[in-house]
Design a protein around this ligand. Structure first.
Ligand code: IPE
Ligand code: IPE
Ligand code: MG
Length: 257
């Protein structure tokens, strides 16, 4: 649903989403519109990542998850994949100082072990050096797909069952979800997708079960703090019912799924 850029973000406590996840889409189209190579769009996309990370902190969003590379993105032309991995390494190298200065904890979701060694090295270093920060978390979804995540979780859960660490008659989501990459993170409250596409493309399919979705036509390299604020305002205007009725919510205003 499109949102209005004019509406301000309400300052009221509890209305700012604690966890925002963004499907950063439209780098290629941004470049094509300007007659530039796709990689230039990705370069500008990195700038937009910096803008969004800062904006999220300024708006009081404590956890920001960015979908940076999907398991399906390996199927893109080799040169584009190589370019994206190079940019990722460059970004991590450059950004460490800023993460430390701004006290932002970095973490990842996705099959990190399949990324190039250089990227993994910088990820490990940045994650280790920012692990003690508690106020803001940036989660990069890298080589991430919800389906591979659930396969990995199911395998780990099965192994825990076989080892007697879990009980077969425990059928709770709370237990199973501890085996997902997001085990120690709350579910996203708001998922934003840029570029006008209105699909989830294998992103946080389980954790986003009750997320509010906001779709904006803005191409990712053009995404600004105002766009993030507008998405948050749209979020604040929604009624999250988690299966209850509107009347029930009035007597018990903070349900959880
Ligand atoms: C998003 O932009 C970046 C990645 C998926 C890595 P795209 O590269 O998908 O841009 P479009 O969709 O082709 O415009
Ligand atoms: C989703 O965008 C993945 C990322 C933003 C990293 P895509 O551009 O890959 O998604 P589709 O192919 O349009 O569904
Ligand atoms: Mg795309």
């Amino acid at each position: 649903m499109p949102h209005s850029a004019a509406r301000p973000v309400p300052a009221a406590k509890g209305i700012v989403p604690a966890h925002v996840a963004i499907i950063m889409d439209g780098n290629g189209r941004w470049a094509r519109q300007r007659g530039l190579p796709r990689l230039e769009g990705h370069r500008r996309g990195v700038e937009a990542v910096r803008t969004a990370t800062l904006a999220a902190r300024e708006l009081g969003i404590r956890i920001l998850t960015l979908y940076a590379f999907s398991v399906e993105n390996w199927n893109r032309p080799k040169a584009e994949v190589g370019g994206l991995m190079g940019l990722l390494e460059f970004y991590l190298k450059q950004e460490l100082k800023t993460f430390v200065k701004d006290r932002v904890r970095l973490r990842t979701i996705g099959r990190i072990e399949e990324l190039p060694a250089g990227v993994q090295k910088h990820l490990r270093k940045t994650i280790a050096e920012t692990a003690h920060f508690t106020d803001y978390t940036l989660v990069l979804a890298l080589n991430y797909g919800a389906r591979t995540e659930v396969v990995d979780a199911a395998r780990a859960y099965a192994a825990a069952l076989a080892a007697g660490q879990e009980k077969l008659n425990d059928r709770s989501w709370a237990t199973f979800s501890r085996y997902l990459g997001t085990a120690d993170l709350p579910d996203p409250d708001l998922i934003i997708r840029t570029s006008g596409e209105t699909r989830l493309s294998n992103f946080l399919l389980l954790q986003g079960a009750y997320a509010e979705l906001v779709f904006t036509p803005r191409l990712w390299p053009d995404f600004t703090k105002a766009d993030l604020a507008a998405a948050c305002a749209e979020y604040a205007s929604r009624e999250r019912r988690f299966g209850l009725t509107s009347d029930q919510l009035k007597s018990a205003p903070t349900p959880t799924p």
